[in-house]
Every structure is written in C-alpha cells, then in structure tokens.
Ligand binder design. Structure first.
Ligand code: ADP
Ligand code: MN
Ligand code: MN
Ligand code: MN
Length: 370
C-alpha cells in the first residue's frame, strides 16, 4: 500500500519564520522525491513567479500516523535549485563542511510556553498564579498544567527516532523544556525543527499553542531561551579547557553579530534578571547562570567538555546559530593555528598559554563569587 509523507519546511515570514507542511501520498517502494509549493502564500515568492522547491534533507518515521508513514524535513530551493534566501541551512552546511575537522557538536535546550486563548495554559482566567518558585521541575496537582502534552511530545520524538535527551518543567508555570543533542551543526537543526513541528502538531490535539516567544509574559516571569551547548573535538579532548576558554574569548569578539542571529525578543529577555546576562554585556564563567556563557561545573572539574551559550532565544533558528558558532569558534582556532606555523621559531605555544591565563583566572574568580 502507498504511504504518507509529511513534507515540512520553514517559510519566509519575518521576523520569525513559521513551519509549514503538506502531505504527499507515495507509492509503495518509492522514496520521497523533490516537490514544490506556492511560495506566494508563505512569504517566499511573488504571485507571478510563485514556485518554490522542497528538497528533502532529513526523514524519520511519522510517530503520529501509521508505521510506514514518514516526516520529511525539507530545505527550500529556487526553481534553478539554488538555495532560497530563506534557506539558512545551506550556509550552515557550508560552514560545517569547512570546519568538519573540528567535529563540532551541539545540544540545544528548547524552552517553550503553552498558551490557550492568549494566556499561559492553566493560568487563572484573570490575575496570576502563585509567583515563581515551585514550578521548575515541580510535581503535583494543578501546579503543572501541560504535562500531558509534554508526555505526548516526548513519546512522539522518541518514536520518530530523534535525539531527544530529556524534558523538564521550567521556572514559569506552563513553561517547559526539551533537549535535542548531541548532534552535528546541521543535524541538530534538522532534528530541532522536526521536534518543533511535532510540538506544534501535538498542541493542535490539545487545543493549545506552543509559543517560542522569548518573553511571553512581562514582569517577574522567566523568559524562554534555547541554551546552545557547543563543543569541538579539541574541547572534548583531555586538557580541552584552553580550547573552551579560547572559544568563549572568540565569541566575545563578535557579541552583536551573535545576538543578531539569536532570535527575536532579546531586549525583553536578556535584561540581566531571571538567570540572564544583559545582552550588551558579554561574560563567561563557571557554573554562572548569570553569565552570557556558562561553563558547566562538571566541565570545570574535568578541564574538558563544552560551553553553554545561554543567550539564544527560544525562537532562534538553530541552523543560523550553529553556523555562527562554528564560524566564530573554529574560525578563530584556525586563524591561531595558521600564523603559529609560519612563526614557528618564536615559541608560539608559550605565548598562547600566557595569553589565555588571565581568562582562566577570571572564570575561576566568578565561580568563587557564587
Ligand atoms: P542545564 O539545564 O543544566 O543547562 P541540560 O541538561 O538541560 O542542562 O542540557 C545540557 C545540554 O548539554 C544537552 O543538550 C547536552 O546535549 C549538551 N551537551 C552535553 N555534552 C555536550 C558536548 N560535549 N558538546 C555539546 N553539547 C553537549
Ligand atoms: Mn536545561
Ligand atoms: Mn531551561
Ligand atoms: Mn541550560
């Protein structure tokens, strides 16, 4: 019998793209081929020249349909098969290829807020629930609305074979998180977008919306982020600490370029309160949830591992974030390596160590303060 393939793509809506999908029935034994859509209805083309191309890039079992049915994550191409301007994946592929020798890995923590009739799911019709405190990883009664949706989504991701790692309730009532990783720069985007599609699709069944707004409720309520955990082969190797610090320092030289691709709502979310660093002030530190980049405690102990950029908003595009992360960190590491070769006589290794030392001290000082 024929099977159903749900073709999913990212549209051209600004400032935040929407997910779109449509179903294709495919004959038994056939693979999902290139397909097309009307770009004039998705902010991707004009009516007079409306055709856009869907190019399958990632497929997995469709956990919501029959056993033979599949999800097909696509990139959008122009009819001449070049990447469409809305296609941020293409650039991510370029950078991942260029810096493949660094073996970049990503784990992304996707926070989101369940909304119903414009209010957080389970919140009282007027006024507010009890202040924040009991909800993060909480349990019990009317305190934890949305758990049934989280459970359904988790199971769906697992059945689809996505690299979902865990879930937790977040600090604000009706805010939740799941993590995807660790995966390569392109793969983490493919799977996170697929997991977001599943979340939206499952939310339909419950009559709610899963919002990726960075600051859904103003005031003393946490925003929603997409902490991006990142490592290279050098960071993961024994003695990777120096590479981690060098990564933090490199990111610190391109603060605004990074902020620009970290999603919408930065100024509302990255205020310096609610476990964030102010967007304009770059910092990094061990265990510091008030820093832009946190080096997890276990990483500081092992002197190897990864870094966590806490600034990306929940609505960020993982292709764009992974691309700039790889470009900045691996680019800086390559640049450092290259002149060292030329000036080999001048003991570059020593010089590099001396340069890194103050950064190390700064991180240690921060950790001591907490
Ligand atoms: P927390 O909430 O304390 O910040 P989480 O458990 O939610 O931590 O998320 C930790 C993330 O770190 C996971 O997504 C995981 O994949 C990621 N991670 C772990 N090791 C690495 C690594 N070597 N490189 C990149 N990411 C990593
Ligand atoms: Mn987390
Ligand atoms: Mn979180
Ligand atoms: Mn985190």
């Amino acid at each position: 019998m024929a099977y159903q393939a749900e073709y999913i793509w990212i549209d051209g809506t600004k400032p935040l793209a929407l997910l779109r999908s449509k179903t294709r029935i495919i004959a038994d034994g056939k693979k999902p081929a290139i397909w097309g859509f009307d770009g004039s209805s998705t902010n991707q083309a004009t009516g007079s020249n409306s055709d856009c191309v869907l190019n399958p890039v990632f497929t997995c079992p469709d956990p919501l349909r029959g056993p033979k049915d599949i999800l097909v994550m696509c990139e959008v191409l122009n009819v001449d098969m070049t990447p469409h301007p809305s296609n941020t994946r293409a650039r991510c592929v370029q950078l991942a290829t260029k810096y493949a020798s660094f073996e970049p890995w990503f784990g992304i923590e996707q926070e989101y807020t369940l909304l119903q009739d414009g209010r957080p799911y389970g919140w009282p019709e007027s006024g507010f629930p009890e202040p924040q405190g009991p909800y993060y990883c909480g349990v019990g009664g009317s305190k934890m609305p949305g758990r049934e949706i989280v459970e359904a989504h988790t199971l769906a991701c697992m059945r689809a074979g996505l690299a979902i790692e865990g879930t937790n309730a977040e600090v604000m009532m009706a805010q939740w998180e799941f993590q995807i990783g660790v995966l390569g720069a392109v793969e983490v985007g493919d799977q996170l977008w697929t997991a977001r599609w599943l979340l939206n699709r499952i939310s339909e069944e419950f009559g709610v919306d899963a919002s990726l707004a960075a600051k859904p409720i103003k005031g003393d309520w946490n925003g929603a982020g997409a902490h991006t955990n990142f490592s290279t082969k050098q960071m993961r190797a024994n003695g990777g600490w120096d590479a981690i610090i060098a990564g933090c320092e490199a990111i610190g030289t391109r603060v605004m370029e990074h902020i620009e691709v970290y999603g919408v709502g930065t100024d509302e979310r990255l205020t310096g309160a609610h476990e964030t660093a102010h967007w304009s002030k770059f910092s990094y530190g061990t265990s510091d949830r008030g820093a832009s980049i946190r080096i997890p405690w276990a990483v500081a102990v092992d002197k190897k591992g990864w870094l966590e950029d806490r600034r990306p908003n929940a609505n960020m595009d993982p292709y764009a974030v992974a691309a700039i992360m790889v470009e900045t960190v691996c680019g800086a590491a390559s640049a450092k390596k290259a002149p060292a070769k030329v000036a080999a006589k001048k003991a570059p290794a020593k010089k590099a160590v001396a340069k890194k030392a103050p950064a190390k001290k700064a991180a240690a000082k921060k950790a001591a303060r907490r």
